[in-house]
Ligand binder design. Sequence first.
Ligand SMILES: Nc1nc2c(ncn2[C@@H]2O[C@H](COP(=O)(O)OP(=O)(O)OP(=O)(O)O)[C@@H](O)[C@H]2O)c(=O)[nH]1
Ligand SMILES: [Mg+2]
Length: 469
Amino acid sequence: MIYKTIAAISTPLGPGGIGIIRISGPGAYAILKRLFVRKRHSSKRANSDIFAGHFSSHLVYYGYVIESDTRNIIDEVLAIYMKGPKSFTREDVVEIHSHSGFVVLDRILSAVVDAGANLSGPGEFTKRAFLNGRIDITQAEAIIDLINAPCETAAQMASCQVAGGVREAVNNIIGTVTALQAKCEAFIEFSEAGENERDLFDVQGAVRKSVLPKLSSLIQRQKETAIFREGILLAIAGAPNVGKSSLLNKLVERETAIVSEFPGTTRDVVREYISINGVPVVVCDTAGIHDTKDPVECIGIAKARDQINRSDIVLVVLEATRSINRFEEKLIAETLNKKTTVVINKDDIADDCAISEIEKRLKTIRHIRVSAKLGTGIAELKDLIFKELVSGQNIVNGESVTPNLRQRKILEKAKQEIQRFNFAVETEQSLEFMSGMLNNVLQILEEISGNRNKEDLYNHIFDQFCIGK
Ligand SMILES: Nc1nc2c(ncn2[C@@H]2O[C@H](COP(=O)(O)OP(=O)(O)OP(=O)(O)O)[C@@H](O)[C@H]2O)c(=O)[nH]1
Ligand SMILES: [Mg+2]
């Protein structure tokens, strides 16, 4: 299919070494010829001693981008022409590598639009790659995941999917179900009367042995890897002055939050990002919770409570030098439905007697002793957080097949249909009915790679991209 020519800035805006403007579509080559001149020798204006000439595919050309009307040079650039179908979109693609900076990139993009291109929408380049058959929908989704990957493990998982990991795994299941459905059809056509029952149990056995476990393991994998893609929120909560901000600084290994000996220092929620064994964690320091009439502190405490409610994990910080107060007891009780760890801080200045008193009160509630000042116990705390996050799960490696949430929902639907199929076999439904059910399974599974025309689905997926991708 022929589409209009689109263009966009494909690199993040802001000062930087290199910015890329990408053009895709039937007019890309003509635009390059119009706006690019090869460098012969230095000149303020592009004139006869520099010329456009012919561009071979997949070669890098050094020269200038010019304004087509004034012939003024906009920037010194590298330009690459990639003749379709050997390009990301399978169309003719031009990339102009200029200096990065909003003004220069914007001037080049304007010149490209004046020369006949249309501004691209979010994800339009990837959508074309999909519509032109270069990638399937699972790979397009993996490209979004790769762009948005919050940590190395998530990026590794996404790049495995860009290479077609999920598609291959699902195609494998589709192949098995197709063969079983064909078997059903053959039984319908050719079986002797009375043989149906045995034939059906053969098919059911194959479904149980090879289809169900594969579906289940893909579903399970999505569940296990969700935290690596989406990350988790961790709130540090507690009374004023117990060392919450000091703990945040030690966890993120930077002096991010203000620490002072004055209670009530932190008011706003301070958020920092860390990776704990590959799991992206947003660590949130909060205001100290206590009884106060100070209106600003009250706002801070309300924000702290909101953050605690929204977090997956809460670290309730106590001070080792004194016993637990009623606010702290209440806070621990309120957060027990979360993955809570009590952190007994200021271990360096407390005596063992005071600490064992606190530990006695905590009973079986998970706790750990640290000194946010000296950094002792911090590595053990990170280990504890990680164990809590992945408890009961297999440790993932980024190179195996990991479906995303949309794909998991489809796999679950297919699994339900298979379970209905099993039930139908047991209740002795007809072979035609069974074959129809297997056909339903195939239709459901084909939604994963987008083989069925689902305009809404495509728009939803490509809308998640940034412009220029
Ligand atoms: N000795 C010792 N002092 C600590 C430790 N952690 C924090 N402190 C001190 O305790 C005081 C309060 O620390 P912060 O980290 O600001 O405490 P906070 O809980 O964030 O306090 P608010 O923001 O006011 O609620 C500071 O003087 C810190 O230097 C520790 O492990 N040992
Ligand atoms: Mg603080």
